[in-house]
Design a protein around this ligand. Structure first.
Ligand SMILES: [Zn+2]
Length: 63
């Protein structure tokens, strides 16, 4: 019964909540590790290389 806990023992990346990578534990990548580090050091959240490619569907131009 307690065995099932070993499957959920691995916590997700605290930064982006993806499954963490043992190589970058407890983060999923070196990037997330730096993000978390910067968060502590700088006191502000700074994500490098933010790519937001969200285009507005259609246009607000009615008629
Ligand atoms: Zn991550």
């Amino acid at each position: 019964m307690a065995e099932v806990l070993s499957f959920t023992k691995r916590k997700p990346c605290p930064v982006c909540h993806k499954p963490s990578d043992p190589k970058h534990h407890p983060f999923c990548s070196a990037r997330c590790r730096e993000v978390d580090l910067n968060r502590w050091l700088g006191g502000h959240y700074a994500i490098p290389a933010v790519e937001q490619d969200e285009e507005m569907p259609g246009g607000p131009d009615g008629d």
